[in-house]
Design a protein around this ligand. Structure first.
Ligand code: BTN
Length: 238
C-alpha cells in the first residue's frame, strides 16, 4: 500500500531538520534542499551539504507510540537501506543507523523527537568525488563513487514512500529489529566500542527489543554480556 506524503523542494536551508521544526505540523511532510548551510549529523557533528552533491531530506511525522526512542531510528534505517539496495546491492547497515558500503559511510540518519512531532533527516552522499569526502572523520563514499548515477528527485520520492511505510509499521508496534539484523553484518563479528576513554573489543550477539546492541566482552575481567546504547558510543567493525 502506498502512503500519502508531500515533498517540498527548496534551494537552500540551514538544515532540513531545523526547517521542519519551524513550520506548522503536517503529517508526512518532507523537505529536500539542494544545499544546507548548517547540515547536522548525530552527536553534534556537521553533515557535509554541498550544493547538488547529496540528498538532504527530512520528513515530519506525528509521534508514534514508541516504547523506546531508538526503535524509530532502527526502523527508518531499514526503510532507507531497502531503497539504497536497489542501487547498491552490497550496501549494509551499521548499528545504530548508518548505511555503509565496503567500510565507507554512504548515508546517515538523524531522528529528533519533539513534543508534537518526530523528524527524520536522511543525508545520502550522491555525487561527491572520493577526494571531496577524504577530509571527513569517517571513511565515506557516494553513490557516484560506487558507480551509480541517480536522480535525486526520484531517490527522494522512493525514500519518502518507504519512510511513510515504516512509520506506519512503528505505529502498529512492528519495530523491525529482526529486519535490521538481516541487513547488519556486525552481528556475530568482533567490534571496537569507542566511548572516548576506552575502546574495548566485544563480539556482537544481536540487537534487543529496546534497540540496544547486545555484546559479549571477553577480557581480563572475564566473559560477560553488555548492552550498548547508541547515544554513548561509536562502534567500529574490525
Ligand atoms: C549522521 O550520520 O550523523 C546523521 C546525518 C544526517 C544528515 C541529514 S541531511 C538531511 C537532514 N538535515 C540535517 O541537518 N541532517 C539530516
Amino acid at each position: 500500500m502506498k502512503g500519502t506524503f508531500r515533498i517540498l523542494f527548496v534551494d537552500e536551508v540551514d538544515s532540513t531538520n531545523e526547517y521542519l521544526k519551524r513550520v506548522p505540523f503536517e503529517d508526512a511532510l518532507f523537505v529536500v534542499a539542494d544545499r544546507q548551510t548548517k547540515g547536522k549529523g548525530r552527536r553534534g557533528k556537521n553533515w557535509i551539504s554541498e550544493r547538488g552533491k547529496g540528498l538532504y531530506l527530512s520528513g515530519m511525522f506525528s509521534l508514534p507510540p514508541l516504547p523506546y526512542r531508538s526503535l524509530a531510528g532502527l526502523s527508518f534505517a531499514v526503510a532507507t537501506i531497502s531503497v539504497i539496495r536497489r542501487y547498491v546491492d552490497k550496501a549494509y547497515l551499521k548499528w545504530p543507523n548508518d548505511v555503509y558500503v565496503n567500510g565507507k559511510k554512504l548515508c546517515g540518519i538523524l531522528v529528533e523527537v519533539l513534543r508534537d512531532r518526530l523528524i527524520v533527516g536522511i543525508g545520502v552522499n550522491v555525487s561527491y568525488g572520493r577526494d571531496e569526502l577524504s577530509h571527513l572523520d569517517v571513511p565515506a563514499t557516494s553513490l557516484l563513487a560506487e558507480g551509480v548515477k541517480v536522480d535525486r528527485r526520484v531517490l527522494a520520492e522512493e525514500l519518502a514512500e518507504r519512510l511513510v511505510l515504516y512509520k506506519r509499521k512503528l505505529c502498529t508496534g512492528n519495530f523491525c529489529v529482526s529486519e535490521f539484523e538481516k541487513f547488519c553484518p556486525m552481528i556475530g563479528k568482533t567490534v571496537k566500542i569507542i566511548d572516548g576513554k576506552k575502546s574495548p573489543l566485544a563480539r556482537v550477539l544481536g540487537i534487543d527489543r529496546e534497540g540496544a546492541l547486545i555484546v559479549e566482552f571477553d577480557d581480563e575481567e572475564g566473559r560477560r554480556v553488555g548492552r550498548i546504547f547508541s547515544a554513548d558510543v561509536s562502534v567500529r567493525i574490525l
